[in-house]
Design a protein around this ligand. Structure first.
Ligand SMILES: Nc1nc2c(ncn2[C@@H]2O[C@H](COP(=O)(O)OP(=O)(O)OP(=O)(O)O)[C@@H](O)[C@H]2O)c(=O)[nH]1
Ligand SMILES: [Mg+2]
Length: 325
């Protein structure tokens, strides 16, 4: 089984920590979590990301951090595998977060919008530095959540038409969580839900994960010198793959139901007709078996991934849910 290749967009203003997150996520997933691994599709890309990560973990001082992105788009292709068997490919875009606040006449804004409309999964990167105390009217502008909501409304809601039967996955990634770690987690979640209310409305079809991530617990004390020990950085990607599997599983199940019905119809027809349709009957039951076997594989993989997702908060149609099969 190999799922269709998807595109993921991480929205987030400049300084939200998008590039740092990408580097940390790749480093952790390259080694792997429970047999799931990530590999860059191109060897040179792998080298580039690894070198940038090495710099981040070994250098001390502000030079360790990536430089803010310029107006050129950087596209990265990855394979997500289980035991080295590729499960799903995805493409990632790293861009200048300032594009979120720029006019749509800028080329990179147009490129970002294009990529967003083609994406099957959305990450919203919001920095923990703006969640250190209860949100105020200024928070919306600091995080640029108003712009993000606008992007979702205009380019995802309209194009993808999420609904309970065709959910759209969104991971709200609270980056630099070390900076707001002192606060009660439930209070932070309540604040985040306020910032993106529309994603939590009943029957709206959004499958949302809220996930705190950080490149190191001690970074809040001294970001330029503290040790880098990433926390949770794999979860958003696990969620992206999980939600694709979930959608694929739903598709297979409705296919199975249609095939079962067709088979039953032939079986209930008169014996002569059955004899005439014998080869069709054979073919249809083979198809059904293949489909059922595939459902089993999908569910096995979902089970492996959902185990990891128990650590994050998941919402579907506005209600909290647990990741299951
Ligand atoms: N405390 C803390 N600081 C972090 C963490 N990750 C990144 N930072 C800080 O956040 C700054 C910005 O991170 P970037 O990854 O460059 O942000 P970006 O979203 O890619 O920004 P643009 O490229 O301008 O869009 C870094 O220079 C670090 O100082 C983290 O996990 N914890
Ligand atoms: Mg960047």
């Amino acid at each position: 089984m190999k799922l269709e290749e998807i595109k993921i967009t991480m929205l987030g203003t400049t300084g939200a920590g998008k590039t740092s997150y990408l580097l940390g996520m790749y480093a952790v997933m390259q080694t792997g979590i429970k047999g799931f691994t990530l590999a860059a599709k191109e060897m040179d890309l792998d080298l580039e990301l690894t070198q940038r990560w090495e710099k981040l973990i070994s250098l001390k001082g502000e030079d360790r951090w990536p430089t803010p992105n310029a107006a050129t788009m950087e596209y990265y292709g990855f394979d997500f595998s289980y035991g080295f068997r590729p499960l799903m490919g995805f493409e990632w875009l790293d861009y200048r977060g300032l594009a979120l606040s720029d006019r749509s006449t800028e080329q990179d804004v147009a490129d970002l919008v294009q990529y967003l409309t083609e994406s099957q999964c959305l990450f919203l990167g919001i920095s923990g530095e703006y969640l250190t105390s209860p949100i105020a009217p200024t928070t919306v502008r600091e995080i640029k959540s108003d712009r993000m909501n606008q992007f979702i409304q205009q380019y995802i809601s309209v194009n993808k038409n999420p609904n309970p039967k065709n959910p759209f996955p969104v991971a709200i990634v609270i980056t630099k969580y070390d900076l707001c770690h002192h606060r009660d987690k439930d209070e932070i979640i309540t604040d985040v839900k306020k910032l993106f209310q529309a994603l939590f409305t009943p029957n709206s079809g959004w499958l949302v994960m809220i996930c705190p991530v950080s490149l190191g617990k001690e970074l809040c004390n001294d970001p330029d010198n503290a040790n880098i020990i990433p926390v949770n950085v794999h979860l958003p990607v696990v969620f992206a793959v999980y939600s694709q599997l979930r959608a694929y599983g739903l598709k297979l199940k409705s296919q199975r139901d249609r095939q079962t019905l067709a088979l039953e119809t032939i079986k209930q027809s008169n014996p002569l007709l059955q004899l005439l349709k014998n080869s069709e009957l054979q073919a249809k039951s083979t198809q059904l078996q293949t489909c059922e076997a595939e459902i089993v594989t999908v569910e096995e993989n979902m089970k492996l991934l959902s185990g990891e997702l128990q650590q994050a908060s998941l919402y579907f149609n506005g209600s909290e849910v647990t990741a299951d099969v």
